[in-house]
Design a protein around this ligand. Sequence first.
Ligand SMILES: NC(=O)c1ccc[n+]([C@@H]2O[C@H](COP(=O)([O-])OP(=O)(O)OC[C@H]3O[C@@H](n4cnc5c(N)ncnc54)[C@H](OP(=O)(O)O)[C@@H]3O)[C@@H](O)[C@H]2O)c1
Length: 324
Amino acid sequence: MRAIMLHEPGDPANLEWTEVGDPVAGPGEVLVEVAATAVNRADLLQRRGKYAPPPGASDILGLECSGTIAELGEGVTGWQVGDEVCALLSGGGYAQRVAVPAGQLLPVPGEVELVAAAALPEVACTVWSNVVSLAHLAEGETLLVHGGAGGIGTHAIQVGKALGATVAVTAGSDERAEACRQLGADLAINYRTQDFAEVVRTELGGADVILDNMGAAYLERNLSALATGGRLVVIGMQGGTTTELNLGALIAKRASIAATTLRARPAEEKAAIVAEVRDQLWPLVEQNRVRPVIDQVLPLSRAADAHRMLEQGGVFGKLLLTAR
Ligand SMILES: NC(=O)c1ccc[n+]([C@@H]2O[C@H](COP(=O)([O-])OP(=O)(O)OC[C@H]3O[C@@H](n4cnc5c(N)ncnc54)[C@H](OP(=O)(O)O)[C@@H]3O)[C@@H](O)[C@H]2O)c1
């Protein structure tokens, strides 16, 4: 098969579309003939040598894919050769074939096309496990999503609205803020020109749940934007890892902070998240209330260009790469 190989960490130009050996489906795994994969921010870090794959994972980039089951490994039940699926991966998606633990497979939902389904697993599992399972966003509450125009953000807007929440987002320009409103956001704040904490407090009385990609740079303002009893979930560190925390501000609001990562979780935890997504989120996708948001689809051989595009900014939703 062909895959994108990274011969040494560095620039996008180091990504090479080349011939490699096929993966093998071990016990409990299936072999997927990849239709498409997606570019994630973690891929950019891994390419630069700053995010090693977890032990046992493929060293090929790619955290999600869609495709067709080509082979079943020993002991796999509930799936057939030929089934169209999408999958959460620990790595290996930038390739024509990938071996996946069966617990990380999802059926292609509703009217979603096979290629488009590659836009779903990573955002669906991240948003559902953090916003719903961990932070317990409830109907009538307010959700603040940072980076509303990104892959995670465009999905979180739709999930928040489908669950009956008021959704506020931050975005890097008025145009991107408007695109978030078109997708359903009730309030979209240009983080370059406005103080999001002040706007969320004055317009909405604070946020019950915040999904944060900025880490240290936003901790203080996130605490100030939280409502009493609010839950801040940090999933990204685009604004750094280290800062001071005012516990007084946390206690006064009876608020909580969590920080999580999906990729490093053991396979059983990933399978539990995937099962919850299939049970609870997939019906919303079947009903077209949550859809993949895709900026562009490029061939996998152009992975380097896709990395440059994500690094430059301006992508709305997800960038997909087709494997054939
Ligand atoms: N922990 C986990 O398990 C997990 C899983 C998946 C993703 N993540 C993380 O979640 C974050 C979002 O992922 P993604 O796939 O959506 O990436 P993405 O599509 O590249 O989006 C990144 C977003 O960051 C926004 N941003 C940049 N500077 C900002 C600022 N100062 N304030 C607010 N937003 C800002 C961008 O907004 P504009 O473009 O509008 O400026 C963009 O929407 C990343 O940090 C990623 O690593 C974590």
